[in-house]
Design a protein around this ligand. Structure first.
Ligand SMILES: Nc1ncnc2c1ncn2[C@@H]1O[C@H](COP(=O)(O)OP(=O)(O)OP(=O)(O)O)[C@@H](O)[C@H]1O
Ligand SMILES: [Mg+2]
Length: 363
């Protein structure tokens, strides 16, 4: 197998190489990648913060006409997990991962049968890792084996792992593959799509996100109906700019984390006949109406989670403390908003190391 794994290359989450937060170190579009990013952690004292109970076992959210599931009320039970006395558990010890299910395979078995590059990626400890390899060469296999390896060696507990991919189908497959390796412990992990993970975060921290607990998620039809009203109010000719076209442009603003005010300001330089002009005007009103309806659209799920983490350091810190390992499959498909989301979840590169003695994993 001709898999190329880029190890000790540029930190995929560190933009310093090219100087910009947005473009640098984003993988090339043709590269299939996965990143495992142990989060950094700021040591400064934070205001007391009680995280909301973690919703557990919430089914994956997917866009559609059905309203999103209500938040689970029950708190995640405390785990009966005892940290290993040594950082690495001998392979023969076969720990049970989270103490929830069948013994995990021993660590050495998890790298047997992998090629040397794959094994190196599975065992990697340290800074964020970007894996680049061709289609069908075993990237997801590395990612799932790495998850099992982290548990088997005691480097992570199940609930400390966040594994993200793009489609519900891919997330379902990844979950199944992880479950085949680690058994029922897989249910204690968040193995989900970006959107599903963000819905869970927004449900858990809705107040800090500026939403009521009953917030609804607009599907494409809801959004198009709302945009029709907005366009009518703003006298935007639907023959020139359809609601769908306006929504597409607004979706691109959101992918780039451009706010309604920024888009509106940019209309001053745009041609009055351009989509940027029409969408820039429509965006603010569309967003105002979404807010009034206590609703978010598909793109907002990511944008509002990014804002939640950026504007509430105590919330961000709680997630960083929880998710010791963030693994992203199909990393090359991340847009700017998703890239920043991962950055916020792991802590920015350059954040100081935690004080000595504080439990902390570097991957
Ligand atoms: N070292 C290996 N030994 C045996 N089988 C392997 C090995 N590496 C990968 N495979 C198998 O190759 C197939 C493709 O692997 P996988 O799905 O992980 O690839 P991928 O790079 O994620 O693919 P895609 O580009 O479609 O996402 C799977 O059936 C996997 O089990
Ligand atoms: Mg894959």
């Amino acid at each position: 197998m001709d898999a190329l794994f880029e190890l000790d290359g540029p930190d995929p989450l560190t933009p310093a190489a090219k100087g910009g937060r947005t473009s640098a170190a984003r993988p090339a579009a043709d590269a299939s990648t996965a990143a495992d990013a142990p989060r950094a952690q700021a040591p400064e004292a934070m205001p007391a913060y009680e995280p909301a109970p973690w919703p557990d076992e919430e089914p994956d959210w997917e866009p559609g006409p059905e309203p999103a599931p209500e938040p689970a009320d029950e708190a995640m039970p405390e785990e009966a997990w005892t940290p290993p006395s040594t950082p690495a558990v001998p392979a023969s010890a076969a720990p049970t991962g989270g103490g929830w299910g069948a013994p995990l395979p021993d660590a050495s078995a998890l790298v047997e049968g992998l090629n040397p590059s794959q094994a190196e990626a599975v065992e990697h400890a340290g800074e964020a890792l970007l894996i680049m390899a061709g289609a069908g060469s075993g990237k997801t296999r590395v990612l799932t084996h790495r998850i099992a390896y982290l548990l088997a060696t005691g480097r992570a507990r199940p609930h400390q792992i966040l594994a993200i991919t793009f489609t519900n189908k891919a997330a379902g497959e990844m979950r199944e593959r992880v479950e085949n390796l680690v058994g029922p412990d897989a249910r204690r992990m968040w193995v989900s799509t970006f959107h599903s993970a963000c819905v869970r975060i927004l449900r858990a921290d809705h107040a800090a996100a500026g939403l009521k607990s009953t917030f609804s998620i607009y599907d494409q039809t809801d959004s198009a109906n709302l945009m029709k009203l907005v366009a009518k109010e703003l006298d935007i000719d639907p023959k020139k700019f359809t609601p769908k076209a306006l929504l597409n442009r607004i979706g691109k603003f959101k992918d780039e984390l451009i706010s309604p005010m920024e888009a509106l300001a940019a209309t001053e330089k745009a041609s009055k006949f351009s989509i940027d002009y029409a969408a820039g005007r429509a965006y603010a009103e569309y967003q105002r109406r979404l807010d009034a309806a206590n609703a978010v659209d598909f793109d907002d799920i990511i944008v509002r989670t990014v804002r939640l983490l950026q504007q509430n350091p105590q919330v961000a810190r709680a997630y960083r403390e929880r998710f010791r390992h963030v693994l992203v499959d199909e990393y090359q498909d991340t847009n700017h908003a998703q890239y920043i989301l991962v950055r916020e979840l792991i802590g920015k590169a350059g954040d100081p190391e935690p004080p000595p003695g504080e439990p902390h994993s570097r991957g």
